[in-house]
Design a protein around this ligand. Structure first.
Ligand code: SF4
Length: 409
């Protein structure tokens, strides 16, 4: 066991809490590659993009315009030229929403994006990612839960339904599937079978609270073809995370899950719902220090939305919170001082500049089978079960509207 103690992160002077002393299980480094290797890999990826540009776009003028659009998009999404790259199982990752490189799936992503940039009108319906909530069951009671109204009722999907849903979206060209819930690890046997099936054509991730992520289950997921695990940890102070999640074991489970995922060889990220209270309390940087100590590759910062358990509550961030998130995003990802830190993912940065990707590139299938643009904006387009039971192969049009940011990237 590593001797790093969670209590190191507690601002005792501001909180009258007696933390339990919880040791972080031993983890390996975050697998970040050095400058030289990174430069070679970036060059190779750029050459690959150029190769597909020539094959797909053909005319030099079209290639030049598309290339410029892609560079502009990248700078609006990342605020610069991303410096951190991780090597896991001989594949390179710079974002949890891009498949590992080199791979057929990464090539598919390049080709789809080139088509989209060259001909946005005709490619606007093409999906690349889905979030699939495979269960309504969950042992937690999270403050921000966006699935709150669906939770702990009779299951909607049989395993066979889920297989059909995966097949249907794979026919649409989906390259990445993020399995969520409820708590997807409640259905671990079905989840492993689903991943074994889905990973032949798509990269698979599991989004979990850490519940039931034993060493054995993490290894089984990996062996079935799972590539990554995102663990929700909403505070670096155990008591505050447990309170947020409504479960006294939540923190310990989540920390254990991170270590088990990393030790099994999965790409690993942690995810936080950054509330006003969290940001105003000065918890963002200590949280990112904590993510570094855990040795994860990515730390995803999500903004709260007034949906699910937060419905009707005044949780939306204000200008000052967004400024802090944006400053931290740029600092962590680009300042050499933070080279050893994980990459920070913050969707609000690009959503406020180019719009939301969820409407254009992904859908969220909730645990009742309703299909929305994303987990946080409940904009039902259709019910996936109605569709698969009709055995009519072609999907209805999805909702392309983002109620929050309006424009779609
Ligand atoms: S947010 Fe996730 S872990 Fe929390 S109650 Fe909802 S489904 Fe369960």
């Amino acid at each position: 066991m590593n001797s790093t103690i969670i209590s190191n992160y507690i601002p005792r002077e501001t909180l009258n809490l007696q933390p339990t002393v919880t040791a972080i299980p031993e983890t390996i480094q975050n697998n970040r590659v050095g400058r030289f290797e990174r430069a070679i890999i970036w060059w190779a990826i750029k050459m690959r993009i150029f190769y597909f540009s020539c094959r797909i776009l053909k005319s030099p003028r079209k290639i030049w315009i598309t290339y410029k659009n892609i560079l502009k998009l990248r700078s609006n999404v990342w605020g610069g030229d991303l410096k951190k790259l991780y090597k896991i199982n001989n594949k390179y990752y710079f974002n949890q929403y891009n498949p590992g490189w080199p791979s057929r799936l990464y090539d598919m992503l390049i080709k789809t994006e080139l088509h989209r940039q060259a001909d946005p009108v005709n490619v606007s319906e093409k999906l690349s990612f889905i979030f699939l909530a495979i269960t309504r069951k969950c042992p937690m009671h999270c403050e921000h839960c966006f699935e709150w109204d669906n939770l702990n009722q009779k299951e909607t999907f049989t395993k066979d339904d889920l297989m059909k849903v995966v097949n249907m979206y794979q026919q649409e060209g989906v390259i990445q599937i993020h399995f969520s819930g409820g708590e997807p690890m409640v259905r671990v046997k079905d989840l492993i079978e689903l991943i074994r099936h889905a990973s032949k054509k798509s990269e698979c991730w599991v989004l979990t609270s850490g519940f039931n992520v034993t060493e054995e289950n993490a290894l089984k997921l990996k062996e079935a073809g799972c590539k990554g695990m995102a663990v929700s940890i909403d505070h670096y102070i155990p008591e505050l995370h447990n309170m947020f999640r409504g479960d006294p074991m939540a923190f310990e489970q989540a920390i254990f899950a991170v270590a088990a995922a990393k030790n099994a060889g999965l790409v690993t990220s942690i995810s936080v719902c950054a509330t006003k209270h969290f940001i105003d309390g000065g918890h963002l940087m200590p949280y990112i220090d904590f993510a570094k100590e855990l040795g994860v590759q990515f730390v995803q910062v999500l903004e709260p939305r007034s949906v699910g358990h937060y419905e009707g509550k005044n949780v939306m961030l204000e200008k000052r919170h967004i400024e802090i998130l944006e400053e931290t995003f740029k600092k962590i990802n680009y300042s050499p001082v933070y080279n050893a830190y994980p990459t920070m993912l913050y969707h609000g940065y690009h959503q406020r500049r180019v719009g939301c990707f969820s409407g254009s590139r992904s859908v969220y299938v909730d645990s009742a089978g309703d299909v929305h643009a994303c987990p946080f904006c409940h904009t039902k387009s259709y019910n996936v079960l109605d569709w698969i039971r009709k055995e009519n192969g072609q999907l209805p049009k999805k909702e392309n509207r983002c109620p929050q940011f309006e424009i779609i990237a």
